[in-house]
Write a protein that binds this ligand. Structure first.
Ligand code: PMP
Length: 372
């Protein structure tokens, strides 16, 4: 029997593109103030917790059966939510749901990417786009951004024309920078992608409820190769639920079903998500509070002498630090965990409760004193 220590990943016959790579790994450290993974700091309200218990109990009585494979009730309610908030009519035929928007993105790449195909994103952006590309055997192309982290439209169009990617990712608001993308930019890149491809354009709107601007959902009209991806992890305060969804032309919804695992969305997940959707208005109330806190973080960080990137999300990118990792560590030493996304000079803080944000601002105040 071989000892466990002597066999490592690279000793196994893993796919070449996985050799020497590390998994996604935002540190999960046990510190008092955790502002590093863009979670919503507010626990679900008690009446919602009670409603989840009720709906899950109901679902539990039927757990001997497979769940609704098409998640009809859930997709109907998600469509109603999008129609109500997105200034665009969305029906069940336009909506697909999965275990977090990460799974939605994976299904999209399994459907439209894969071996011999490529996807492009404009970096820095959400690191999982490249990692899911790798996991699905899709080649990854890193596209450019301007110095202020907006998308350089001319350079992006050129990158699309030259590389003819099969999938184009546009993240709005962007993670980790917080930058919203103009509708005109999406239209310009969609046009370029259709001329080069045709290819799918995926707008990742994980944080859109926190934005000063409207969702890009209305752009779906007449654009069958456009997909908008959303999640209940942030605005609905339900990162632990694992529920993401997309809105697109019905043909896209049909297409992703070619790769989804049967019964991928458990009856417990569907019941919990439906309960949360019943409490949408309360949860969106927390979003309003977080937007106020986000704007306060921007103002106060600037007052402390930091550079801050305009944010439309529930987090703020701030800097600039000569030694980014040392700055991250100094903030952590004061009990506050923020995120070093590997963008030189910049860190990212998630908007927490007012008390958590105060603790963070105190830590940065001390840090800035040390830097003088
Ligand atoms: N897209 C973006 C831009 C994100 O930042 C995240 C989470 N950090 C996700 C998608 C995935 O979220 P989830 O799988 O929880 O829906």
């Amino acid at each position: 029997m071989t000892s466990y220590d002597t066999v490592r990943i690279d000793d196994l016959p893993v796919r070449d593109e996985l050799r020497g790579k590390s998994p996604y790994g935002a540190p999960q450290l046990d510190v008092p103030v955790q502002l590093n993974t863009n979670e919503n700091p507010y626990p679900l309200p008690e009446p919602l917790v009670a409603r989840i218990a009720e709906r899950v109990a109901e679902a539990a009585r039927g757990l001997n059966r497979y769940p609704d494979r098409d998640a009809v009730e859930l997709r109907t309610e998600l469509a109603a939510y999008l129609t109500r908030t997105g200034k665009h009519r969305v029906g069940i035929e336009n909506v697909w749901a999965a275990n977090g928007s990460n799974e939605v993105l994976q299904q999209l790449l399994q459907t439209f990417g894969g071996p011999g195909r490529t996807a492009i994103g404009f970096e820095p952006s959400y690191s999982m786009h490249a990692l899911i590309a790798r996991g699905t055997g899709t080649g990854w192309i890193s596209g450019p951004r301007n110095d202020d982290f907006t998308i350089d439209v001319a350079a992006a169009r050129q990158a699309i024309a030259e590389n003819t990617p099969d999938v184009v990712f546009i993240t709005s608001p962007n993670n980790p920078t917080g930058t919203a993308v103009e509708a005109d930019t999406v239209l310009a890149l969609y046009e370029a992608a259709q001329a080069a491809g045709p290819s799918m354009v995926v707008v990742d709107e994980a944080y859109v409820e926190f934005s000063h601007r409207d969702s890009l959902l209305p752009l779906l009209e007449g654009r069958p190769n456009l997909v908008v991806s959303r999640t209940m992890s942030k605005a609905f305060g339900a990162a632990g639920l694992r529920l993401g969804y997309l809105a697109a032309h019905p043909a896209v919804v049909d297409a992703v079903q070619l790769v989804r695992l049967p019964y991928h969305l458990s009856a417990v997940t569907q019941a919990t998500a439906l309960a949360a959707l019943e409490h949408t208005d309360t949860l969106l109330g927390y979003v309003e509070q977080l937007k106020v806190e986000r704007d306060r973080l921007v103002t106060e960080l600037r007052a402390l002498g930091c550079e801050v990137t305009e944010s439309d999300a529930n987090f703020v990118q701030f800097g600039r630090f000569a030694d980014t990792h040392a700055a991250w560590q100094r903030i952590l030493d004061r009990g506050v965990l923020v995120r070093d996304n590997g963008v030189p000079g910049w860190l990212r803080v998630t908007a927490g409760t007012p008390e958590e944000n105060d603790a963070f601002l105190d830590a940065v105040r001390e840090l800035m004193k040390e830097q003088k």
